[in-house]
Design a binder for this molecule. Structure first.
Ligand SMILES: [Cu+2]
Length: 352
């Protein structure tokens, strides 16, 4: 980043010097030097166009080479594959059109550069040409939009089929809390007005609601692999956004209402840790951390991959650190873990 800034400043200084020499030249009032572009100037600008074309192609190839590895690994949810495919096809189309139109734009800019004695060909309209360049984008864009709408509708179809696990994600500045429905898989009623920090009722559960007594409140989200999860999101204070990038899931958490998202995790945490992209990323990160350790800096503990729930709305000064670990595991492991958690009524009883 520092290198980039230095280069940027040097470029700005160079431009300033160039502009100053131009002003000096102008101030000499050389009357024979006309400001009207001649053939040589036009040719020069034509070559600059080609140079710019090579620059944008070059930087594209460089970015692919250098930054492809920072993309997310394979989707870990059922709908994620569909979502990624839609995005890939959109990108391929945009990339293909961009590459060709830029080449044409710069080539014709060069070909029809100003020359002494050359007259511009001009026609007011061409119905066939206009038809072609209107109908092709219309068909392609309509196709993408319809496909996108169809995919969106199927992802956002939140229903109670296939016995989904019900989980509440509760957002507040600056942390997440998760709540399971307990043995009955039904979340008890809740309201921010019933929050009672002194008695550990941090989510404002209705103590009189029998559905609430077996609810389980945790700070780490465990999900059994292959089981659909219906998330109910709430926020205590401001807008937050529950973002689970590895599952291609995101939903705003809005104070005063409950929002929903649903997905089925398909890859356990243990399996994802063996994914080549993830292995690679862990290796790169730990190399940086080892270097930091060697230089006596902090934040040097070796990192192990975990799924994560992040806040994706800038909700305040500690927004960047608003996260919760997600663990996807087998049904047996999940059951063993949930059995070890206290229910809401147990927590309340222990406070009496
Ligand atoms: Cu937030």
């Amino acid at each position: 980043m520092t290198t980039f800034l230095i280069i940027f400043v040097l470029v700005l200084v160079a431009i300033a010097i160039w502009q100053m020499t131009k002003i000096l030249e102008l101030s000499k009032l050389k009357t024979e030097d006309s400001q009207v572009a001649n053939d040589k100037d036009n040719r020069y600008n034509g070559y600059l166009l080609f140079a710019f074309l090579i620059f944008i192609y070059g930087i594209t190839i460089f970015s692919f080479y250098k930054y492809s590895k920072v993309l997310l690994p394979e989707a870990a949810s059922e709908h994620g594959g569909e979502y990624d495919y839609l995005m890939l096809v959109s990108f391929i189309i945009i990339f293909f059109v961009q590459t060709i139109t830029q080449a044409l734009l710069h080539y014709f800019g060069y070909k029809y550069k100003g020359e002494k004695g050359k007259k511009a060909l001009f026609f007011a309209d061409n119905d066939r040409l206009e038809f072609i360049w209107t109908i092709i984008p219309v068909i392609v864009l309509a196709g993408l939009i319809l496909w996108g709408l169809y995919t969106w509708t199927s992802i956002m179809d939140i229903n109670d089929e296939d016995d989904p696990l019900i989980v509440e994600l509760y957002a507040q500045q600056f942390n997440w809390t998760a709540r399971y429905g307990g043995a009955d898989n039904v979340l008890g009623g809740s309201n921010v007005r019933m929050i009672d920090i002194d008695r550990a009722n941090v989510l404002g559960l209705d103590e009189a609601d029998p559905n609430a007594s077996d609810d389980i409140i945790v700070k780490e989200l465990h999900l059994p692999v292959g089981r659909k999860v219906n998330f109910k999101m709430r926020s205590q204070d401001v807008l937050h956004s529950a973002y689970m990038p590895h599952f291609r899931a995101q939903m705003n958490c809005v104070p005063g209402m409950t929002t929903e998202f649903s997905f089925t995790p398909t890859i356990t945490t243990a399996e994802m840790r063996l994914n080549p992209d993830v292995v690679d990323k862990v290796k790169r990160t730990n190399k940086i951390r080892a270097e930091r350790a060697a230089n006596g800096k902090d934040n040097t503990d070796p990192w192990e991959f975990d799924y994560i729930l992040l806040c994706n709305k800038i909700c305040g000064k500690s927004h960047y650190n608003m996260q919760m670990k997600i663990i996807v595991e087998s049904q047996e492991e999940y059951e063993a873990w949930i059995k070890g958690q206290q229910t809401f009524s147990q927590t309340m009883a222990s406070m009496e």
